[in-house]
Design a protein around this ligand. Sequence first.
Ligand SMILES: Cc1cc2nc3c(=O)[nH]c(=O)nc-3n(C[C@H](O)[C@H](O)[C@H](O)COP(=O)(O)O)c2cc1C
Length: 202
Amino acid sequence: MRPAMLNDRSSALSLLETRRSAKPRELVGPGPTPEELERILTIATRVPDHGKLTPWRIVTVAGDQRDAFAALLSDALKEEKPEPQAAHFKKEDEFAHYAGQLVVLISAPVENHKIPLWEQQLSCGTVGMSLLLAAHALGYVVAWVTGWRAYSPKVNAAFCGPGERIAGFFFIGRPVHELEERERPELGSICNRWNRHLTNDQ
Ligand SMILES: Cc1cc2nc3c(=O)[nH]c(=O)nc-3n(C[C@H](O)[C@H](O)[C@H](O)COP(=O)(O)O)c2cc1C
């Protein structure tokens, strides 16, 4: 094998080994340029997709749309909480204005299809993961978050069509400080040799 190939492989592996998420509040702008964003989203949507159904789509929220997004969250909050306090509204305003590029991933399954819904949702999850990796490869960090906003009927109606759901809000930016590594599961605790006699009730 040529040395150049080796280098390419080891840098790809070290990218995979070093990716980690940020909290939205740990990000600063600027987010990716339009060209970088297009590249990130193109890579993100190059994923396994049983039946080639494209059961997902992506909505980008531009910087000048953040106030409208904040107004939507504020409206949705009134439905979510019977007596929202000023602090709750402030939190939503902060959320809507977190730094970086905001991208919303939508699960858009084809209903009543022979490809099970579960598989279509899995495919959507791979779009999220590929987005994180592509952004990381370009030097960005991503916060993938959901929370009540992703399940609010009002927010859903503003982003989704019938049968669609929000899979996550992705803020793509730069970290304000070096991100600490978090504990990862021991491979031995989540990966083992198949025991064919194991059943659910054992
Ligand atoms: C579907 C989904 C929704 C998530 N929603 C939240 C969230 O609302 N808030 C949060 O703090 N982390 C959330 N996370 C977790 C973070 O995105 C991230 O995985 C976590 O901070 C661990 O970072 P890591 O990617 O470095 O392992 C979510 C993850 C997934 C896959």
